[in-house]
Design a protein around this ligand. Sequence first.
Ligand SMILES: Nc1nc2c(ncn2[C@@H]2O[C@@H]3COP(=O)(O)O[C@H]4[C@@H](O)[C@H](n5cnc6c(=O)[nH]c(N)nc65)O[C@@H]4COP(=O)(O)O[C@H]3[C@H]2O)c(=O)[nH]1
Length: 947
Amino acid sequence: MDTAVSTSNVPATSPWLRIKHWLTHLSLRQVFVLVVAVGLLAPGVIFTLLMLEWRRHELTLQFRAEQERVLETLALGLRQPLWDLSLNAGQPLVDTAMKDARIVSVQVDGTFPGEPFIAVNLPERRQGVVTHLSRPVHFGDQVIGKVTITFDDGDLRRRLAAQGREYVLLIGVMLVVSLLLILLLLDSRFLVPLRRLSEQARALTNHEAPPGTVWTREDEIGDLGRQLEWARGELHRLFGELNDKNEALEQDIVERVQTEEALRASEAKYRELFISNLDGICVVDMDGRVQDANPAMLALLGVPSAALVGRPMGQFVAEDWRSYDDHMMQHRVLVDGHCNEYEIELYRPSAGLLPVSAKGVLMRDVDGRAIGIWRILRDLTERKAAAQRMELAAKVFDNTAEAIMVIAPDNRITSVNRAFTDILGYHADEIVGQPSSVLRDPSVETRVYEEINANYTNGGAWQGEVPFRRKSGGVFTAWAQINVVRDVTGRIGDVVLLIRDISDAKAAQERILHLARFDALTVLPNRAYFRELAEEAIAEAHRHGVHRALLFVDLDHFKTINDSLGHDVGDQLLKEVASRLNDALRAGDAVGRLGGDEFVILLRNLDSGEDASYVASRVLERLARPFVVDEHELVVTPSLGIALYPEDGEDYDTLVRNADAAMYHAKEHGRNTFRFYTADMNARAREILAVENQLRRALERDEFVLHYQPQVAMSSGAIVGVEALIRWRHPERGLIGPMQFIPIAEERGLIGDIGEWVLREACRQNRAWQDEGLPPIEVAVNLSAMQFYRRDLAEDITGILKETGLDARWLALEVTESVIVQDVESTIATLAALKAMGLKLAIDDFGTGYSSLSYLKRFKVDKLKVDRSFVMDIPGDADDSAITRAVVNLARNLGLQVIAEGVETPEQWSFLKQEGCDEVQGYLVSPPLPAIDLANRLARGAWTLQG
Ligand SMILES: Nc1nc2c(ncn2[C@@H]2O[C@@H]3COP(=O)(O)O[C@H]4[C@@H](O)[C@H](n5cnc6c(=O)[nH]c(N)nc65)O[C@@H]4COP(=O)(O)O[C@H]3[C@H]2O)c(=O)[nH]1
């Protein structure tokens, strides 16, 4: 750097100085190259020049000799030709000489004047310096001519130049080889070691890490290197030691500073701890005087620092506790170095006593000598209040009526109250520590409990019904309120369960639900619930594309039984019917009660409509057997209507409506049967409804009229009685027969009033005929089941007879066989009562019902009426003839009269007469006639079979 500066200051004027400056800045390698180059080049050049000069001289001499020799030769050779002046002889000699390229010209002159004898000149050979040499030609002693040769030294010069180039090349090669060898030597012997020395020296100056240089050479450089390496190693070691000492010193200083800082921080921290501690802390000396107190202690005692510091601590301990506190300090703290927490009361000058927990720790100096006591006091007011609350909570826990159970996070039961042991039957010792799962109802899927667990774990609280298992194994449903207690970090701690046994409430709820769904009497699904079931089944059928059937079941004449035998009997009967209906069904089918005597059956397993008819038949069959209720043997037949899903309706209401219509149809067709719904039934159902409405007003409007059909004695042909048959003079439809409205009136409960009207009118008319002076006859009146089973039937009839003035013996009552067998015992009693009044009694439609012959004997009837259905086909039909014959014989054997109805032909008449029938009634004698016509007929006298 300094050199460079000085370089720039060198005046550029002096070339010598510039060269000197340049030389001083050359590197060692450059200097060596320069020295070797100059050292080798200068002698080489001088040697070359000397050699060249020597060579030129030698070649010049050699050239001169050759010139002399050529000249001599030619002069000798031309002596004769010149003498002879023979050009032919001289010319070849000259030409031979001219073959030498260095000869430019040859001229042979004779001594005679004129032209040279021979002259040959080749000027183009002239390239260098030319030399003219001449020699006389002697012949003997005579000079006869002269030979002159011109020589060119171009060849000589060329040879000299070539020689020079060879020398230069030789010297160049020598120089390069020498330089290379020298540089190689220089590099390996000097420059590389020097560089290493230089690096060593640099490492030495920079106190760098030891390079680990090893010098093996034994020359001066190696020696120097080793010395340097040793010096560097020593220096490094010394620096290392210095550094270590330095670092140790620094570390020492840092540690000391840190210790001081830590001490300061610790002091500050402990001071802060002391100041900010919520517990009252004070330092008392060995005399018990307060040295220092934290704000909490001042607050605890309610005094300022000045009032406490320097005062004996004992002054602030309640008198009662002073000696105890003193004892703890003297015998615990001073002896053991500390004491456990104990309770005392502080005396606060301005606020009275305060319960505190106290603690003491002995303070020692560095030599372990006791120098004071740390006194730590904690307000116990809150803790005591909490303890009281805990005590209260424990009392509540123990005395509450609900079972309480606490479950730890590991699902083990940690505590239970008394109610728990009462309700679940476990003693606390038995259940505490057990997993809560022991209380699970084993029949309930674990999943249910897992869901409950998840609910309260996620929500923090949950309440609902949980099934539990008592120790006894019994299970019950409890209403559980579950609360999760979390710690301050939000982690789930204990789980508290309040368990209330709701089995009773649940049972009550189930009963209510049952009541809401099931008919209380028959325990069948009620109207609403059956609808639910049916709608469900319909929806299911809709989904699966299958069939269903709805059967509407109505009991024939149930109202009669209910009204006559009382509701208790009716209820019992319905229960029995329900039970038999249930029995008639297959699994999966259902029966419900719509109300009264109406039942519905839902058939689920249905392949076709035929299946429904099988079930309907089975129902008919099951209900056909008499029911025994309270000693009454009752026969109840049902009428069934069947509607199919989806053909007859796609919803429940439509299906019920259509099944109902079909049921009416069944009733119209003689009851105790079933009918499938057909589209026109609804029209019929509407018509029935219309009829019912009109019927209700028909009595008021006096639209009924009685026709009378004569009954004649077969023996005499005399009219012995008439059957009163009702007709309805409908304002629009004209005269309507009883079959079109009596079943409806019976079904809708209208028959009572109508029947009473018929009775009254028939009695009135009969009395009127008698009053007219016509021969007295019996008037037979049909009694519906409902009328027949009315409790006050006898009373009513007595009243009517009295009212109309008809003697009882002129009134006959016809009751169908199916009615009287409904309740045999009642029938017997009723018939006896009627009989006692002096009335005549006939069993209508005899042979169609199921009357047992034993009953027949007990029924005090006067007459059996062979049903028209048998009479119709006699005498042609053997069966009907046999039945008719049997009935006639039976009547005779029992001492009863027998009358055949529906007699239309003389053959029937003859047959009946032959069999011994007493009376006949039928178109053969007369159709039913208005009263006036009948009177005329009566007046005409006896009827005889024409022809
Ligand atoms: N084919 C045919 N029929 C004959 C012949 N002789 C009479 N009849 C009909 O047979 C029915 C006889 O009455 P029933 O068997 O008591 O059957 C009666 C009876 O059960 C009921 N009925 C009629 N009036 C009353 C009534 O005032 N009260 C009650 N409860 N039922 C009545 O209506 C049923 C039908 O009465 P009606 O239509 O008047 O039909 C009458 C009568 O017109 C005959 O030779 N051939």
